[in-house]
Design a binder for this molecule. Structure first.
Ligand SMILES: Cc1ncc(COP(=O)(O)O)c(C=O)c1O
Length: 394
């Protein structure tokens, strides 16, 4: 279907941080399946583990215990603030589960008839109907109304806006069950969460018995240099969602909960493919590989190098660029509002210069390479970005 506006290349193969198209042209991949191929392309450990898994068993129903699923669930529990995990197949699906959980929490724990969920403006939570309704960007709603009811929006990183919204809602009768929020807004422009805002948010949730749910679909599994984005904010959510980097390029999603949000009972929720042996083996291998190879420190070091390099680009192109922001290997290069330059123009031209990057809105270029990227490759990336900028602004 005509769902995607595609760039004029077809990618044939990949190795590490590099991909090749059918004409044999080589590109440095700073998109990584949009923050997904954490170990790069064709990683040998992942290849070996999944080949073995295919020879053992690929799919069984959740009617039975699945040992690979148990193992990955245990790994996530051991490495996070959580107690239980539900597996599904994508970020949107993980958020759907979180939305159902929030509503159950509202009904069960707060006796709310019509539980509301608050989310941030410019957020992104996925494209299924409830997830897109939770997404605070009207452009994604247009043409698909009516949206699912039960979502209200506040300004990200703006505590006053959240407080005002809550006062307005609760002046009738308390009805807010949960707040769903990204620790760094990804698609909305790579905007890191403000420490003070999140501290106040946590206090507000605790005081008002509101479930705090983080969407860690993009930030989770090491993307920011820590396992989970919430670690940068010094607070813990009651629940969080994962997908993208969890499978290193294989379809998997998860809803992860603390005791306070451990509410699903048999029959409440399910997924045919969720947590199948193949996908969970992929997740487990990604997790172990990141641990074994010390990849989190690489993310921190390369992230700093990238940040400094991007700041240099901002200094080189002061008429067009505003700032570089982000954490670990999730960075945005922000274009000035008054500049006629658009991120899409940069993306298209970077392609010509052998570099894959992606936009996060019209004025932000998003750089989310594989977590294994090397020092030389970051230098290479920065050089190609510089060349691209020179070509488009001259
Ligand atoms: C923060 C966030 N949540 C949810 C999603 C949706 O994930 P998926 O495309 O796997 O459904 C995305 C995808 O970009 C995302 O960045």
């Amino acid at each position: 279907m005509g769902t995607y506006k595609r760039f004029p290349i077809t990618i044939k193969k990949g190795k590490g941080c590099w991909v090749w198209d059918y004409q044999g042209k080589k590109y440095l991949d700073a998109v990584a399946g949009i923050a997904t191929c954490s170990l790069g392309h064709s990683n040998s450990s992942l290849r070996r583990a999944l080949t073995k898994q295919l020879k053992t068993i690929q799919h069984v129903s959740n009617l039975y215990t699945i040992s690979e699923q148990e193992e990955l669930g245990q790994w996530i529990v051991d490495h996070s603030c959580a107690e239980k995990v539900f597996f599904c197949n994508s970020g949107a699906e993980a958020n759907e589960a979180a939305i159902k959980l929030a509503r159950k929490f509202g009904h069960l724990k707060k006796r709310i008839d019509q539980p509301l969920i608050l989310t941030a403006k410019d957020s992104f939570h996925g494209r299924t109907l409830a997830a897109v309704s939770a997404t605070g960007q009207p452009k994604y709603h247009k043409g698909f109304e009516p949206m699912v009811k039960g979502f209200e929006f506040f300004m990200y990183n703006d505590y006053e806006s959240l407080k005002l919204l809550l006062q307005k809602i609760d002046s009738q009768s308390p009805s807010v069950a949960a707040i769903l929020i990204e620790p760094i807004q990804g698609e909305g422009g790579v905007i890191p969460g403000d420490l003070n805002f999140f501290k106040q948010l946590k206090e507000l949730c605790t005081k008002n018995k509101i479930l705090l749910i983080f969407d860690e679909v993009q930030t989770g599994m090491g993307r920011t240099g820590r396992w989970w984005g919430y670690e940068h904010l010094g607070i813990e959510p009651d629940a969080f969602t994962l997908a993208k980097g969890l499978g290193g390029g294989h379809a998997i999603g998860a809803l992860v909960v603390q005791k306070s949000a451990d509410l699903f009972e048999p029959g409440d929720h399910a997924s045919t493919f969720g947590g199948n042996p193949f996908a969970t083996k992929a997740g487990l291998t990604v997790a172990k590989e990141i641990e074994k190879k010390g990849i989190l420190s690489n993310v921190c070091e390369r992230g700093q190098q990238l940040n400094q390099g991007l700041k240099q680009l901002v200094a080189n192109f002061p008429e067009h660029l505003l700032e570089a922001r982000g954490l670990g290997l999730m960075h945005g290069l922000v274009i000035k509002e008054e500049s006629s330059l658009l991120s899409q123009t940069l993306v298209e031209n970077a392609l010509y210069h052998g570099l894959l990057v992606v936009s996060a809105g019209p004025k932000v270029l998003r750089i989310v390479p594989p977590l294994i990227i090397t020092k030389n490759e970051i230098n290479h990336l920065l050089k190609r970005l510089n060349t691209t900028l020179q070509a488009v602004v001259n």
